[in-house]
Design a protein around this ligand. Structure first.
Ligand code: AHG
Ligand code: MN
Ligand code: MN
Length: 316
């Protein structure tokens, strides 16, 4: 008998409470995967014609994925609000304002890959509300550091559909089995290799990087001889880094002076997974998980990978 997503319930002290939400993520993943596969036939490839709150062009699939994810979180009954990269304000789920949990989501990560049939993903994390259940959930409930994250993970829409997640007791990877329509545990207890792997970064920005990262990366390359891979979708680049080792980075540059990746939707969930897998997650000189968020859509520099590679980059 294969092990399915239900096995999350037995992990750590939060597994049972998180299972319905992670199952909801699994349902959203299956629906989003189906929409992605048929997108060209439904005419939903391309721009939505609007900009999101970050001033980025929304793709129709960003909007559809956001709707699907929100609907699945609503249907769990355990989520009182969702903060999404695609929504300016916190979305309160009116039927369940008394529920305990808030979910933060990047519904479709790497959307510039859509036009070229490249891999994309979904990234999520779960926190417990700070306001009383009798109150309406508030954006301040989402502004919690990575130390308060209860569960996080990502979906990778690649040749296989994968859900990688953690409830704070290690990292488990599940692969969707089309023959029984279930996510089955395919990668138990993922640990990032300590050596080897790749460095993964948009190196075309090197001459604009802040924090001396150009020189630091050259030193890392010389000391480790790491090869290079870059997909341009954080989920795909993170997944390879997790399984093969090395480092994924998106430094600040003179255009994005505080970095490009979003603290709540990308850096914290991926930092949580990376640390749970025995790796290291830095942002400038702070650990990603120690940053106290100030705003919903805040951006930060990100350095995730094998301890050794991150330490060499920071010259520790
Ligand atoms: P999103 O599609 O959710 O806006 O995220 C895109 C992010 C991330 O997936 C990736 O690591 C990075 O942007 C790639 O940026 P560049 O194109 O600047 O390399
Ligand atoms: Mn993203
Ligand atoms: Mn996105």
């Amino acid at each position: 008998m294969s092990v399915t997503l239900n096995s999350i319930a037995k992990q750590g002290k939060n597994g049972a409470a998180m299972m319905p939400i992670i199952q909801g993520v699994g349902r959203a993943a299956i629906e989003i995967a189906a929409v992605l596969r048929g997108a060209i036939f439904r005419g939903v490839l391309g721009k939505a014609g609007a900009e999101n709150v970050q001033g980025e062009q929304q793709q129709l699939l960003d909007v559809l994925s956001d709707e699907i994810f929100l609907e699945e979180m609503r249907s769990t009954g355990f989520v009182c609000a969702v903060g999404s990269e695609e929504q300016e304000e916190l979305l309160v789920i009116d039927e369940y304002t008394r529920s305990d949990y808030l979910v933060l989501v990047d519904p479709l990560d790497g959307s510039s890959n859509l036009d070229v049939d490249g891999p994309v993903g979904t990234i999520f994390s779960v926190v417990k509300r700070k306001t009383a259940n009798s109150e309406r959930p508030h954006v301040s409930d989402t502004l919690q550091s990575g130390q308060d994250v209860i569960a996080a993970g990502y979906v990778l829409y690649g040749p296989a559909l994968m859900l990688v997640c953690s409830v704070g007791a290690g990292v488990s990877g599940y692969t969707f089995n089309p023959s029984n329509a279930r996510f089955e545990l395919s990668h138990p207890d993922i640990q990032i290799p300590e050596t080897g792997g790749y460095y993964s970064v948009n190196e075309s920005n090197a001459d604009k990087w802040l924090d001396n990262m150009d020189a630091n990366l050259e030193r890392l390359k010389q000391e480790t001889g790491l090869g290079m891979r870059y997909v341009g979708a954080m989920v795909a680049d993170m997944h390879r880094t997790l399984l093969k080792g090395g480092i994924f980075l998106y430094p600040a540059d003179d255009k994005n002076t505080t970095g490009k990746l979003r603290l709540l939707y990308e850096a914290i969930p991926m930092g949580f997974i990376m640390e749970q897998a025995g790796g290291k997650a830095m942002s400038r000189n702070d650990a990603v998980l120690n940053i106290e968020p100030e705003t919903l859509h805040q951006r930060v520099p990100v350095y995730l990978g094998s301890k050794n590679a991150v330490d060499i980059l920071f010259d520790n």
